[in-house]
Design a protein around this ligand. Structure first.
Ligand SMILES: Cc1ncc(COP(=O)(O)O)c(C=O)c1O
Length: 389
């Protein structure tokens, strides 16, 4: 039996996904609701990661701690092994999350009222974080083709012409699970060079490739050495460690890195905490077998959802190339977002993410997180059907 069939009770574990539904969906009681929304998994982390944290816990002194070279080597080895990407360990800066890293990058390289471009629909902090720093967001919609997306580079160029300072890339793409090709990334990098735009590449979903798809790190494409690129990576999506809080910025350009280090000093920022660095090292050292099995498991879950949901009138969903998120098109039902969300929550007792959370371009879609035991996915699909009957 797969370890991923094991159901772990997460209620009352301070889980955002399971314990914060009343607040998020404005409900009096969410005890009957099945959560398939926020992007974490219902699976236990690899046992070696748990053991590494336990091991650290056994030492009862929790004084100031640094990220050791062994941890950096584990990160570097992982990216060479999995993605043929050689990262110089000296170019890695640590942060407690990719979203906080995005905030630091925006604060460091842009000023109040500067224009930041994003391609919608996209992960909400891409617009929330800059807006909260009084930056102006300019959206350029991706082009939707049968529930997947591609870039319209001519439209993006027009956007850049408006005087954009920084572009935030989601590679692979959340919510639609698109894995951008080397050719697409090269075009994007060329545009960034042409218009002198910083490229912030959020690559947190890099490891979550569905079979046959290959992640291309933005920093490895032709022209990357001429561009102002910062990549954000993390083991937290891959190994389900979001609550541990750990991320890395890869910044090969010395000048850019010095500016980010200065920003860290200005905020009194420290390296990873003692538990996070133990977890990161263990995950990248011992997590490979676990991840390979996970990817197969997720693929089976996705096949099931594709088969079942596509049989419903008005619903269409494609298997994503990467991530564990499915982008469900309900435009054929004729329901409004309010109507379908109401049906899902009150009749189906199922919590999915409404598409407009990812920008207006997401209207007509729902995001479904299938990183849970197949039995839970089956339950979710049954609830979905009940909601639409
Ligand atoms: C594209 C993307 N970036 C960042 C994050 C969150 O990163 P962190 O938890 O490290 O802040 C997520 C989580 O869903 C995500 O999908």
């Amino acid at each position: 039996m797969s370890i991923f069939n094991i159901s772990v009770d997460r209620r009352n574990s301070r889980s955002f996904k399971w314990d914060m539904m009343e607040q998020t969906y404005n409900l009096d009681d969410a005890s009957e609701i099945l959560p398939m929304w926020i992007a974490d998994m219902d699976f236990a982390a690899p046992k070696e990661v748990v053991e590494a944290i336990e091991e650290r816990l056994k030492h009862p002194v929790f004084g100031y701690s640094y990220v050791c070279n062994g941890c950096k080597e584990a990160i570097v080895d992982w990216y060479i092994r999995r993605h043929q990407w050689t990262i110089n360990p000296d170019t890695i800066l640590f942060h407690h999350g990719v979203v906080p890293a995005i905030a630091s990058i925006i604060e460091t390289f842009t000023n109040t009222n500067d224009k930041i471009a994003i391609s919608t629909p996209v992960y909400p902090p891409f617009f929330n974080v800059p807006t909260n720093q009084n930056r102006e967001i300019i959206t350029c919609d991706l082009v939707e083709i049968d529930g997947s997306y591609t870039y319209d580079f001519a439209a993006l160029e027009e956007t850049f012409k408006q005087g954009v300072k920084l572009y935030i890339l989601c590679n692979p793409h959340n919510p639609a699970g698109v894995v951008w090709s080397r050719a697409q990334l090269e075009q994007l990098v060329a545009l960034c060079i042409k218009y002198d735009v910083y490229l912030l590449a959020d690559e947190i979903h890099a490891d979550l490739m569905n079979e046959g798809n290959i992640f291309t790190p933005a920093l490895t494409v032709a022209g990357a050495d001429q561009a102002k690129i910062i990549s954000c990576i993390a083991p937290t999506k891959t190994f389900n460690l979001a609550g541990i809080q750990a991320a890395m910025m890869v910044v090969p350009d010395d000048h850019l890195r010095a500016q980010l280090e200065q920003n860290a000093l200005a905020h009194g920022k420290m390296d990873l905490n003692a538990f996070a660095s133990a977890a990161v090292q263990a995950a990248y050292t011992h997590g490979e077998e676990w991840l390979n099995e996970l990817l197969q498991y997720l693929s089976t879950n996705m096949d099931y959802v594709v088969k079942e949901l596509n049989a419903i009138n008005g619903i269409s969903v494609a298997k994503p190339q990467g991530t564990y998120l499915m982008w469900v098109d309900y435009r054929g039902t004729g329901l409004s977002e309010e109507e379908i969300m109401d049906r899902l929550l009150s009749i189906g007792k199922l919590a999915l993410e409404p598409g407009t959370k990812y920008g207006e371009a997401g209207r007509g879609f729902l995001r479904m997180n299938i990183a849970c035991p197949l039995a839970t996915v089956e339950d979710g699909v049954a609830r979905f059907k009940t909601a639409l009957q």
